[in-house]
Design a protein around this ligand. Structure first.
Ligand code: SF4
Length: 373
């Protein structure tokens, strides 16, 4: 669920790490940001070194617009708590209806931190230890396995991402009716499922995150020597809301294979960025990192407008360069290396100067013919 954590009373802060420390250790929010535009070097450096784009924009005297709405945060909290309320009965019913779980599925394991709505666990390390214990118990006695696990927390083996990679998985569905216990990754989003009209960028983002968690589980299963004893499903599920309500809408059978491979590649890029640029722990100042992000190469994409405070600047640069991306990824794919001004000239009848331009003209003519018939 996309939201920041609410501030906690002083007594609670004595038990769990400070918000800043927790934010550093829980790389999830940084992965979410990075996964929205993994090809942008500035975004990658920002995610690896935990330098928020809002701070980069402020540093560059740009207006900031992506502060989190307290209403959106409260909505996300309510939605998730409703799903897991009373041993996750609402989520279980929805998963059974969507045939993610069998009809007789029951038992719920809550590994969420108290600060995230859980009831037992105060610290990230405890959540990681209990998740590891759950995985081993699953291998030893699949018959007693819970059908749903909330907040499973994994630490990716050292070296995959610096300084630490602790990932919290919204929901896992467990099936014990096959030859091996099967784990199915689920990602919860508050936004409404509008069937064929659901925002494709939001769906792509949710799938990307689920793919990251699948890859993380693959790494952990190998580290714990249980990879051959369990089945990590390569299809996952998304939990969205029904329009105008807090009831869940399940998107089952989401193919995560490509996303998991992409996550693997992404981890490598992230680690490269971590090694190439000194972190605060290695003596870099906040000021230096802000400047590094600001001057890293950028690769504007459709998704930028939805999350990054540098988007107006990057959009303006793409506009000045005549980059077709400003009209969206479909137009960018259609035109390839041809700029928008040049595409306009070709539309006005200019002679193609290259094979690529001739190809675009041919496709424009074909498109016109198809539209006219
Ligand atoms: S808006 Fe600019 S800096 Fe931000 S992710 Fe997109 S290209 Fe990168």
């Amino acid at each position: 669920v996309k939201r920041s954590r609410p501030s906690r009373p002083a007594a609670a802060q004595a038990v769990v790490p400070t918000a800043r420390e927790e934010a550093r250790r829980n790389t999830r929010a940084r992965f979410e940001q990075w996964a929205k535009n993994p090809t942008c070097q500035a975004n990658t450096v920002s995610a690896v070194h935990n330098i928020r784009m809002t701070d980069v924009a402020k540093h560059a005297a740009l207006p900031t617009t992506f502060g989190q709405s307290p209403f959106a945060i409260a909505r996300g909290d309510n939605f998730e708590r409703g799903l897991f309320y009373n041993k996750a009965e609402r989520l279980r019913a929805a998963l059974i209806e969507a045939e993610v779980l069998p009809k007789d599925a029951f038992r719920f394991l809550d590994l969420r931190l108290r600060m995230n709505g859980g009831t037992r666990i105060n610290a990230l390390d405890d959540a990681i230890a209990q998740t590891t214990q759950f995985l081993h118990e699953l291998v030893e006695n699949a018959g007693d396995a819970p059908a749903i696990v909330a907040g499973a927390t994994v630490r990716i083996p050292k070296g995959v991402m610096l300084p630490e990679a602790n990932l919290i998985i919204d929901a896992l569905a467990i099936r014990a009716d096959g030859p091996k216990p099967q784990l199915i990754v689920g990602e919860i989003k508050t936004y409404p499922d509008r069937g064929g009209y659901t925002d494709p960028a939001e769906l792509a983002m949710a799938r990307a995150q689920a793919g990251i968690y699948l890859h993380a589980l693959q790494l952990v299963a190998e580290r714990e020597s249980i990879a051959s004893a369990i089945e990590l499903s390569t299809v996952g599920f998304l939990v969205l809301s029904r329009p105008g309500s807090n009831r869940p809408s399940i998107r089952a059978q989401e193919d995560l294979r490509f996303q998991a491979v992409r996550a693997k590649r992404g981890f490598e890029l992230l680690e490269k960025a971590a090694h190439e640029i000194p972190s605060i722990d290695q003596g870099a100042t906040n000021e230096q990192l802000l400047t590094t992000v600001m001057h890293s190469s950028r690769s504007y994409g459709e998704s930028c407008l939805s999350f990054c405070d540098l988007a107006p600047r990057c959009f303006g640069e793409a506009l000045d360069a005549g980059d077709p991306i400003i009209l969206g990824e479909d137009v960018q794919r259609f035109l390839g290396p041809i700029s928008l001004p040049r595409a306009m000239e070709l539309l006005d009848g200019a002679q193609p100067r290259s094979e690529a331009e001739a190809d675009v003209v041919r496709r424009m003519v074909e498109g016109n013919g198809a539209a006219a018939s």
